[in-house]
Design a binder for this molecule. Structure first.
Ligand code: THG
Length: 266
């Protein structure tokens, strides 16, 4: 089953940041409930935008979010100290977003990860920067999965993020990431792949059409999770329809259910 990681609780978004500053719990809770109702499997929580306040903002968000949802949370922070605190607060096995191959960041995360029960997003990022070819992405995925397995992380708990880069920057960014996902899902059987879907359309107008078509194409090569906005009913319709066409929906049951609920309209 395709897993949607709801991206909306992120302090880079103006309304969320204002709600966090004012400690407006109702705004955050209502948003989380909507993401759940629209089909999110995880709620991403990112409190990184207010420099110097990340830890307290994250603690407040985790507290109030768990009052209204049973969904597992995706703890979106590069800071092991914030993640350590967050890990002690969650009631469900969380997803940790994220670890990368950047040496300092990787080494700082190892003590945190050892022996913990969590899923983990592994970024194909290293000290030389963003990947420049499909082979770059594939090699980094193999490295980071190997490193995680060496400390006891199970493959089924690893979500490789190939790092989706904008089409506005290079015409080959789509093919690069699709080729890489296809190879990763074959060569590293059992891992998941995920990533920030809307990165693909950054810098272009009418972004939603780009995100939708890209999602269907990525799912064809095995992408089985995405960090995205579950309140966008059109993209959720694309996701469910693509699952059905891929043969992942027995008797088209989920597709038909979504149509009957009024969530898929041609
Ligand atoms: N990989 C991983 N984690 C990530 C990302 C990734 N976490 C953060 C980010 N990328 C994914 N989260 C969001 C959250 C909100 C938005 C996009 C990505 C968003 N953006 C609007 C837009 O792009 O148009 C509006 C932004 C604004 O209001 O300024 O809503 O890649 N592992």
């Amino acid at each position: 089953m395709f897993e949607v990681i709801g991206e909306r609780i992120n302090t880079t978004l103006k309304k969320v940041q204002a709600a966090v500053i004012e400690r407006d719990a109702e705004h955050i809770k209502a948003d989380v409930k909507k993401q759940e109702a629209c089909g999110a499997s995880y709620i991403d929580v990112n409190a990184g935008a207010r420099i110097g306040h990340e830890k307290e903002d994250m603690a407040w968000l985790l507290e109030i979010i768990q009052e209204v949802t049973e969904l597992p949370l995706c703890l979106d922070s590069p800071d092991p100290e914030v993640l350590e605190m967050a890990y002690t607060m969650v009631t469900k096995t969380p997803m940790v977003n994220s670890i990368s191959l950047e040496k300092n960041r990787f080494e700082a995360m190892i003590p945190f990860l050892k022996g913990k029960d969590c899923k983990i997003i592994a970024l194909c990022m290293d000290d030389s920067g963003m990947p420049k070819s499909a082979d770059d992405i594939i090699n980094r995925a193999k490295d980071i999965v190997g490193e995680l397995e060496a400390i006891g992380v199970k493959r089924e708990n690893i979500y490789v993020d190939p790092l989706i880069q904008p089409m506005s920057v290079d015409k080959d960014n789509g093919n690069m990431v699709m080729d890489a996902v296809q190879a990763i899902m074959t060569d590293l059987e059992g891992v998941h792949t995920t990533g920030g879907l809307s990165n693909i359309s950054y810098g272009l107008p009418q972004r939603k059409i780009i995100n939708r078509i890209f999602l269907a194409m990525m799912m064809k090569v095995g992408f089985n999770s995405a960090i995205m906005d579950p309140l966008d009913t059109e993209i959720m319709a694309v996701m469910k329809t693509t699952e059905m066409i891929k043969g992942c929906d027995n008797y088209c049951m989920n597709y038909l259910k979504a149509v009957r609920a009024g969530n898929i309209k041609a």
